[in-house]
Each structure stands twice: as C-alpha cells, then as structure tokens.
Design a protein around this ligand. Structure first.
Ligand SMILES: C[S@@+](CC[C@H](N)C(=O)[O-])C[C@H]1O[C@@H](n2cnc3c(N)ncnc32)[C@H](O)[C@@H]1O
Length: 227
C-alpha cells in the first residue's frame, strides 16, 4: 500500500486537507517519525509499564499496542471519534479500551463521565479505583492545559507509576493549539516536577528539520511520587 493510502486517515483526508502544509503527507510522515522517537524508551521500560497502560491521544498509530503488550490492558483516551472507531475496529480485543474524552474539559460533568466510563472497566478487573500502572503521552501537550492534566492524572496513576512524555513546543497543528500548552523545555520540566512526578530520564533531541519544527524535542520518563 502506498503512503498516501496509509496516511489518509478517516476524517483527515490528505487531498484538500484544510491545514495545508501543516498536515500534508510530508507533515504526517514527520509526525509519525517524531512519535516513534519514544519507542526506544518504551522498550527500555517495557517491564515496568505494568498490566494497565493508558496512552493519551494515540491518533491512528498508537505506540502501545496489543501486539507489543499482549498481557496488558490498554486504555486509549482520545477526542477524535474517527480515531475511537478506528481503534475499536483495529483491536477488537477485550483487553483494549478506547474511550472518547476531551482533555480540555477535565473539570465538572464531562470529566465525571470519563472517570465513570473508565471505572466500569476497572470494576471488571475487580479494582475499585482507577489506577494506571503507566501513562504514555506523545505529541498531545500542545493541545491541552498540560499542567492541569498532569495534576488530574495524579488521581489515576498509581504511586510509582511511570509517565512517558514526548513533546516539541509549538509543533503540530496550530489551529488546535491550547493557550495553556508548554512554552519552553525548562518550563515543561519544572511543571512535571511540580505536579508530582520524579524525573528518571530526560532527553533533548535537536530538531531534524528546523523549517517545519523549529524547537527541539523533549522526552521525559518520570515516576509518580507520593501525593
Ligand atoms: C498530534 S496527534 C498525536 C498522535 C500521536 N500520539 C503522536 O505521537 O504523533 C494529537 C492527538 O491528541 C488528540 N487530542 C488532541 N486534543 C485532545 C483533547 N483535547 N483531548 C483528548 N485528546 C486530544 C488528537 O485527537 C490526536 O490523537
């Protein structure tokens, strides 16, 4: 199959895509290549990622899949209905749980809905409380209030749970950027620490293509600490 077919995702057509250069075929390839920069870290910490893993905003190419994690329960939190449908069809496996949510609404009723929908499955696992062993979040911080998200996540990630972050400041689709996105690498690191995570590893990768991605990439592996 050629690239334009693979990258012609439901709801995000390549032809006449409304975001122009920001999301043409080349931009999609860059996004996937950037996302995959997290793979070596996922491999390195594989044994510690645990039985219940949350990937936030996987889009059509999750980094955590049943193929690599056949013994884990995999949750996806995602705000694109096309993606949810695609993931449900791609992984019709009872250990995969794609759940629709808008992480820009993590207060009040819509958050309660996400919590209840997620909790139903934890009850099936005979767990009374949502408690992810690890959380992976790649190329999502620019679209959300990431500080609030990290604070809220503390209630859902177990103590000592692993958090893997991949982000490039101001990179992605500006049409959807949040004003509360990270503004610099030092700020991101400070926020991760302040919201209750101990950093195990942080790596900065120089941008391979300054024209399309002027900032460097930050990858962080952290552990949720005592509240
Ligand atoms: C740029 S894509 C990242 C895809 C992939 N994880 C990667 O590393 O390239 C951003 C992802 O975050 C999701 N997303 C964006 N805003 C969101 C929000 N407010 N709540 C939940 N998911 C969101 C998008 O639907 C998409 O799946």
């Amino acid at each position: 199959m050629n690239d334009s077919k693979i990258l012609n995702w439901p709801g995000w057509p390549v032809k006449n895509n409304p975001y122009g250069e920001d999301f043409d075929l080349a931009a999609r390839k860059r996004m996937l290549a950037g996302s995959q920069m997290l793979f070596p870290f996922i491999q390195k910490y594989k044994k510690d990622l645990g039985n219940v893993i949350l990937e936030v905003g996987p889009f059509f190419n999750p980094l955590i899949t049943p193929k690599d994690f056949p013994n884990s329960k995999i949750f996806y939190w995602e705000n694109d209905h096309h993606v949810i449908k695609y993931l449900k069809n791609s992984y019709p496996n009872k250990n995969v749980y794609p759940i629709y949510c808008d992480l820009n609404k993590i207060e009040g009723n819509s958050f309660l809905k996400l919590k209840l929908e997620t909790q139903i499955f934890f009850k099936e696992f005979k767990l009374h409380k949502i408690s992810f062993d690890s959380v992976v979040i790649s190329h999502v911080f620019n679209y959300i209030d990431y500080k609030l998200f990290l604070m809220v996540l503390k209630d859902f990630i177990k103590k000592d749970g692993l958090l893997l972050i991949n982000n490039v400041i101001d990179y992605g689709l500006p049409a959807f950027f949040s004003e509360k996105r990270p503004k610099s690498i030092p700020d991101t690191i400070k926020t991760i620490k302040k919201t209750g995570y101990n950093i195990l590893e942080q790596k900065i990768f120089e941008s391979p293509d300054k024209r399309h991605q002027k900032n460097n990439r930050l990858i962080v592996v952290a552990r949720s600490n005592e509240k």
